[in-house]
Design a protein around this ligand. Structure first.
Ligand code: ADE
Ligand code: ZN
Length: 335
């Protein structure tokens, strides 16, 4: 089973590139860019990764991102992540980035996008990993800042497929960004949003109704609303679930109590993702291991996570079909 999971072809749909900053690279970039960080060693950094909720994580995550200054830094960050994808047999990934985390510090929007994009292109040509890039607005900032960020994205529409919404969920309702999302949709961007991670199931309704998103990031608190679960099943609205993240940020007390397998068996289009793997203790395969160690599952069910992610992805129908065939063949050979 371990080997089956390790080599299972995977698709990742919920990954913050800033959350892949491993302590080793953080220390290297801090030195190279002469940026002060409060950690002297990898062990010291890892010791600080003890979170009690989303905000306590976000504070450390934004601090870590301060070492990213030049295009080459964003390139190296993204390239390191893609090498991890290769190890985990991730064939396609949809990567989030938070432009405001950088532009607020005086880093140029173009520097961020160009560095990430250059690595994604190299990932396709040298590693055979396809990708899409999604720009997230920080929900703790205001609507004006989001509009400004959307304007900055106009000259990068060839590189950015969609917009998302992340950062502090509680106290920052989706409605604050309704007008920004409407404009983004008019401009041709696809839309996703974090909802129902720390916040209640009603936040998932708001993301669907106000922001017109086609998939929900996290969404695990849908369990509080049976009618919503039915709606997710009948409309086949995907959830990009992040199991290790949810445990680290205390959304669930233990992986045994996580609802991803229950949701899968109810017919919800749930997927497995790593969110911020450098901070939460694992990339894609580790997340699959964590779920399957805590919940007894057969191979067909485990492969369904990959099939769901293919369905939920922003790739063309023909590429989806190609990937489905890859999964089916893998299942046939390894059953
Ligand atoms: N930004 C990075 N990771 C996040 C998460 N899990 N929730 C909200 N915002 C985030
Ligand atoms: Zn996230």
């Amino acid at each position: 089973m371990k080997e089956f999971i390790q080599y299972l072809p995977k698709v990742e749909l919920h990954l913050h590139i800033e959350g892949t900053l491993e302590p080793e690279l953080m220390l290297k970039l801090a030195k190279r860019n002469n940026i002060h960080i409060p950690f002297k060693s990898i062990a010291e950094a890892k010791d600080a990764y003890n979170f009690h909720n989303l905000q306590s994580f976000l504070d450390i995550y934004f601090q870590g991102a301060e070492v990213l200054i030049n295009e080459q830094d964003f390139f190296e960050l993204t390239w390191a992540y893609l090498l991890r994808c290769k190890d985990d047999n991730v064939l396609h990934t949809e990567v989030f980035f938070d432009p405001q985390t950088h532009t607020e510090r005086g880093i140029c929007f173009d520097t961020v996008v160009n560095g990430i994009h250059r690595a994604l292109i190299k990932g396709t040509t040298e590693l055979g990993i396809s990708s899409k890039l999604i720009m997230c607005f920080l929900r703790h900032l205001d609507e004006e800042s989001a509009f400004k960020t959307l304007a900055q994205a106009q000259s990068h529409k060839d590189k950015i497929i969609g917009v998302g919404l992340d950062s502090t969920e509680i106290g920052h309702p989706a409605g604050k960004f309704e007008r920004v999302f409407i404009q983004a949709i008019e401009q041709g961007f696809l839309t996703v949003a974090h909802a129902g991670e720390e916040g209640p199931a009603s936040n998932i309704h708001d993301a669907l109704n106000l922001l017109k998103v086609t998939r929900i990031d996290h969404g695990v608190r849908c369990s509080e609303d049976e009618a919503l679960i039915k709606h997710l099943v009948t409309e086949r609205i995907p959830l990009t679930v992040c199991p290790l993240s949810n445990i680290k940020l205390k959304v669930f007390n233990s992986m045994e109590q996580h609802n991803i397998v229950t949701l899968l068996r109810k017919g919800v289009c749930v997927t497995i993702n790593s969110d911020d793997p450098a901070y939460f203790g694992g990339y894609m395969t580790d997340n699959f291991f964590a779920v399957t160690n805590a919940h007894s599952m057969n191979k067909t069910e485990i492969a369904q996570f990959s099939l769901n992610a293919i369905y939920a992805s922003f790739i063309s129908d023909s590429k989806k079909e190609q990937l489905r065939i890859v999964i089916q063949k893998y299942l046939d050979v390894h059953q």
